[in-house]
Design a protein around this ligand. Sequence first.
Ligand code: BDR
Ligand code: CA
Length: 316
Amino acid sequence: MKKLILDLDTGIDDSMALAYAVESSDFELIGVTGTYGNVYTEVGAQNALNVLQVLGHSDVPVYCGAKHSLHTERYLRHEISAKIHGENGVGDVDLPMASRPIEEKKAVDFLIWAITKYRQDLVIVATGPLTNLALALKQAPLLKEIIGPVVIMGGALTVPGNVSPYAEANISKDPHAAKFLFESGIDLTMVGLDVTERSQLTKQDTQTWRQVQTMSGRVFADMVDYYIAQHPHSGATASYLHDPSAVICAAHPEWFTMLPMHMTVITEGEGTGRTIGDPAKLRTPEPRVKVCVGVDSEKVERHFVETLTALFRKAI
Ligand code: BDR
Ligand code: CA
């Protein structure tokens, strides 16, 4: 079984990605590295620990990572994140405080250790700004030669962005980190808005979880109902399946259509945060970035709801 690290800005859909990962039979989750984005880094890391405890997986360690992007001194939380994910990042649902503390080791050190130890047997899924991973590869450049698959939720190629006409939120929060990773030559799969907005969760799905009648089922139903209410385009009856899609893609790439491309990111001007084909590499063979441009949404949605329902039946 492959080892898995999740790099999260926990976040409602990050919490869903985490739940899917602990229940997946394809991966052994060996750690969560926390980053900023939907919430400040420490808040997100604590959310991840609290979620893990509710799900009966307090054995998974959580590490704190970058507090801001590569090229800024501090991170100012976007008002939009507080609106979409709630003040506390998990839909203002009160999660019991985890008894396990956040690890003392830093996220970047853990990433460097794990990539060195597990190499191709390790999959990393990142569903926030890509600062932690960029810092790890900048600090230890030889890791680029041994690192296994990296799957990210971020970017938009064939559809508009969600924070500007060009940019998706995770990439826009640290476009330099994303550019560095896209151009680094590592095996990277981009699960962007092109596919994550095609798969959705409905009130019927959260009702299924509520009916399990466990605390975990209720907490997730409350969180996702909050999230659904922030998706007015759907009449507030359905939410996108952003972050879970990245973990599902890592486990079931056969449900996604991928385009191999040389990708880069615009880091200046109006188009900042745009993920786009790299004009400097038009004649370079063998691109290592794969961009998801199609998805079997029905399969993804059904599989996701069933997997979490099974988990909530076992958890408290
Ligand atoms: C991404 O932005 C965050 O708000 C979500 O958690 C997701 O990772 C979607 O653009
Ligand atoms: Ca996220």
